[in-house]
Design a protein around this ligand. Structure first.
Ligand SMILES: [Zn+2]
Length: 81
């Protein structure tokens, strides 16, 4: 599945005023893809003013109106058992 965080690029373009920086994507470890069977912390605005939080396999949030401000977070080493 394409990594939502970097849109499959493997990196993020960050802009600080006039400077541009490249940051490697930590969600997919620069691979551009997330694994369907890995668990990720995710959050989004459900449109009713509350924030939904979900921990599980990556959701199909691209282009879905129900997932406003959708974010997927890197797997932290501490989350692994
Ligand atoms: Zn990524």
């Amino acid at each position: 599945m394409i990594c939502f965080n970097c849109k499959g690029n493997g990196f993020l373009r960050l802009r600080f005023e006039s400077e541009q920086a490249i940051e490697q994507c930590q969600v997919c470890n620069s691979s551009g893809e997330v694994k369907d069977d890995e668990y990720y912390s995710q959050s989004w605005d459900d449109g009713l003013g509350s924030c939904s939080v979900y921990y599980g396999p990556p959701l199909e949030a691209e282009g879905d109106e129900g997932f406003k401000n959708y974010k997927i977070y890197p797997i932290k080493a501490s989350d692994r058992f």
